[in-house]
Ligand binder design. Structure first.
Ligand code: R5P
Length: 229
């Protein structure tokens, strides 16, 4: 079995009838959405509401015939559980997210949820974040050169504007902003890094997610089993 699918299936046990469910973004979160749709259609889950963390997830919810369950943040007063993927996870559950550019809406919903469940395959586990992936930083377009200069001055390394492969020019996020992919020159403590980078004027959100906000990480394996921590 695809290890991502194993993690996605295992996450279903954290969902109950009547819940407001935050649905993450990316390939693993969409596998979860598909599993969720089967359970709703089969009658196993009733009276749930879905909050999307990206335009892509929103489209998928509608394509799966679940549009009537879709809600926006202004239509709910809480989120019971958010299920989302990640680009990297360390042993303290700190995350790098935003490889698909959805970090801002994800953090809004994931941090709001009473329970935040992360679903990944083993390839996402690292000793310390950030490891292989750069840290995505969503920025107001006007500010991007200043944010880039500030990151490189304070932490070294390189900060690059993310370019689109489907259009000429920079990637534009669901919120109309740019993304800078930042690789620090030296180590950066994830929780401090989240706080400090977020304070740079022009930064909308940073793709470092604090492990203290994560209730559980479900790691799918090749043999279809999962490990949780
Ligand atoms: O912006 C994208 C999100 O943070 C995704 O959750 C993350 O990139 C993981 O995606 P995938 O499950 O496709 O590896």
């Amino acid at each position: 079995m695809d290890p991502k699918l194993a993690a996605a299936k295992a996450a279903l046990k954290y969902v109950r009838s009547g819940y407001v469910i935050g649905v993450g973004s990316g390939s693993t979160a969409l596998m979860f959405l598909s599993e969720l749709a089967e359970n709703i259609e089969g009658g196993g889950l009733t009276d749930v509401k879905l909050i999307a963390t990206s335009t892509e997830t929103e489209y998928e919810i509608v394509k799966l015939g679940l549009g009537e369950l879709l809600r926006y943040p202004w239509q709910v007063d809480h989120v019971d559980v958010a299920i989302d993927g990640a680009d990297e996870v360390d042993k303290d559950k700190n995350l790098v997210k935003g490889g698909g550019g959805a970090l801002t809406r994800e953090k809004i919903i994931d941090y709001w949820a009473s329970e935040f469940i992360v679903i990944v395959d083993e390839s996402k586990l690292v000793d310390k974040i950030p490891s292989k992936h750069p840290i995505p930083v969503e920025v107001v377009p006007y500010a991007w050169p200043l944010v880039k200069a500030r990151l490189e001055r304070d932490y070294g390394g390189s900060a690059e504007l993310r370019y689109s492969s489907g259009k000429r020019g920079p990637v534009i996020t669901d919120n109309g902003n740019y993304i800078i992919d930042y690789r620090p020159g030296s180590g950066i403590e994830p929780r401090e890094g989240e706080r400090v980078i977020k304070c740079i004027p022009g930064v909308v959100e940073v793709g470092l997610f604090n492990g203290l906000k994560v209730s559980r990480v479900i790691v799918g394996k090749q043999d279809g089993s999962v490990n949780e921590f």
